[in-house]
Write a protein of this length. Sequence first.
Length: 119
Amino acid sequence: MKIGDKLTGTITGIKPYGAFVALDNGTTGLIHISEIKSGYVDNIHQFLKIGEQVLVQVVDFDEYTKKVSLSLRTLEEGKNYGHRHHRFSNSHYKIGFEPLEQHLPIWIEESLKTLSKED
């Protein structure tokens, strides 16, 4: 089993935070409430029923604990959920150590004044 696999299974349990699915390959996974459909889900029971057959996609798999995170949302028609790409730019150079370097002489001067007043 790997991330991206599409598997069929049966809903075996429903909790407020998600639904448990017994997969046809013998493992059990969880569809978190945020992965049921796009948008807000108030009541899982409106979308899923115990015993219902579902097609799900693996969104995470822990090889050590054998925990499987599943999604119905990624299989919605007309939606393309790929990997999120981070926006890289040089804007991070405007923050970081440069502002600290500019303020350091002021902070040192203020600290020395404060220390000289205490003596």
